[in-house]
Design a protein around this ligand. Structure first.
Ligand code: ADP
Ligand code: MG
Length: 387
């Protein structure tokens, strides 16, 4: 390997999961070298990167080492401590900035930012002590509701459904009384997301809107393009751009939306590429990770060119490894192999229930409708589970 020095166009990324792994591939393809910072020595991106700094996010000595290697740093998941980003920001360029990430990683800050920006959000309340629960009684009825920890939740973790004040109190104690957000449980007609990139000059690039279906709070299936009226698509795109602009955002960002009783709401912001954007790896000329590399390096995002206008993505969770009961057994993908079916496995050593192990993108061929591709995805799912 080359001598590590800044002239070798090193890019740094905090977090070494599958999003970091795809970022690393995109960066290397463009001639960059990548240093991954992740405390897990078996992290998918760490294994692939030119250098892996395997230390904790608050290890200042290790962060100094990162600063010595590269000038440009990004993140692959929102739970990187904001202080870490602020520390790096003193000496190197961090995109997106610590300020934007610190808002997106804290549901209380995120809700108040969205409200201030005039973005439609569902009814909610901050729950940070018992008094805030008592005060709820004076408000309009919030139940049934979802209690979410303000920080460190992902894939439905750090969330629980509550039906009344008693259940809320119990859940708050179970969450060790950390600051939380209580959200009214909305009747969802549909969920969708927008994945977009924004450059240092404020140029935008957005992918087609993505319809998302969740199982137990975890993304299960994405349909591209989302089956929603174009007027809602336009409105949502306008809102996502406003969010990015108000955050002074540089990089790739996803906004998750709900449609409930024909009303549009923003659910949350992800300050990074998004699981629902994985279709772009196989369906587009430039995928969301290419855009992350480009915007990090100060370039314009490339125009989105879709090779396959219709596609469906299926997540592969660890559950699949335990489909035959207690005993772990590798799924067999041989039976579904075909040129329009793209299988991605992240190389995680340990399958666990609910853990994202990989995904499959089913590309719609000419003359295939969205319904055809969804049916194909469902039949692929059945074949994998039964073999
Ligand atoms: P995560 O950070 O785990 O993605 P989210 O807040 O996006 O957390 O919640 C995960 C999923 O739970 C959502 O995609 C949606 O399906 C469901 N959900 C979350 N909040 C609400 C709500 N207020 N009303 C109805 N469903 C919700
Ligand atoms: Mg979410």
């Amino acid at each position: 390997m080359q001598e590590l020095n800044k002239s070798f166009k090193f890019l740094g990324i905090l977090g070494g999961g599958q999003l970091g792994q795809f970022f690393t591939m995109a960066a290397q393809k463009m001639g960059h070298a990548v240093v991954v910072f992740d405390p897990d020595k078996k992290s998918p991106a760490g294994k692939l990167a030119d250098k892996h700094i395997c230390r904790s996010y608050d290890d200042l000595e290790a962060l100094d080492e990162l600063k010595k290697i590269c000038n440009l740093v990004t993140t692959e998941f929102e739970n990187i401590p904001a202080e870490t980003l602020r520390y790096l920001e003193k000496d190197v360029i961090v995109r997106p900035k610590a300020k934007a990430v610190s808002i997106a990683q804290n549901r209380i800050k995120e809700k108040s930012f969205l409200k201030q920006s005039g973005i439609p959000i569902g009814r909610h309340a901050v729950i940070d002590n018992f008094k805030s629960i008592k005060l709820l009684n004076d408000e309009v009825d919030m139940f049934p509701a979802i209690l979410k920890t303000a920080q460190f939740g992902y894939d439905g973790k750090g969330q629980t459904h509550v039906n009344d004040v008693k259940e809320l109190e119990r859940a708050f104690v179970r969450f060790k009384k950390v600051p939380c957000i209580l959200e009214e449980k909305l009747d969802l007609d549909l969920e969708f997301s927008i994945v977009m990139a924004r450059s240092i000059n404020g140029d935008y690039l957005e992918y087609p809107l993505i319809e998302n279906q969740h199982e137990a709070g975890i993304l299960d299936l994405s349909i591209i393009p989302a089956r929603i009226p174009s007027i809602i698509k336009k409105e949502a795109t306008k809102l996502a751009k406003k969010i990015a602009s108000d955050l002074n955002y540089i990089g790739v960002m996803a906004v998750e939306f709900f449609i409930s009783n024909n009303h549009l709401y923003v659910n949350e912001i992800a300050p990074r590429p998004h699981n629902s954007g994985h279709f772009s790896i196989d369906a587009c000329v430039y995928n969301q990770f290419d855009q992350q590399v480009l915007t990090l390096a100060g370039s314009r995002p490339k125009d989105e060119e879709t090779k396959f206008p219709v596609s469906v993505m299926l997540n592969l969770l660890g559950d699949l490894w335990f489909r035959k009961g207690e005993k772990k057994s590798e799924p067999n993908f041989e039976m579904i192999k075909s040129s329009e079916i793209k299988i991605h496995l992240y190389g995680k050593y340990e399958p666990r229930i609910g853990r994202k192990m990989g995904h499959i993108t089913i590309l719609g061929l000419e003359k295939q409708s969205i319904d055809d591709v969804i049916r194909k995805a469902e039949s692929i799912r059945k074949t994998i589970w039964e073999n």
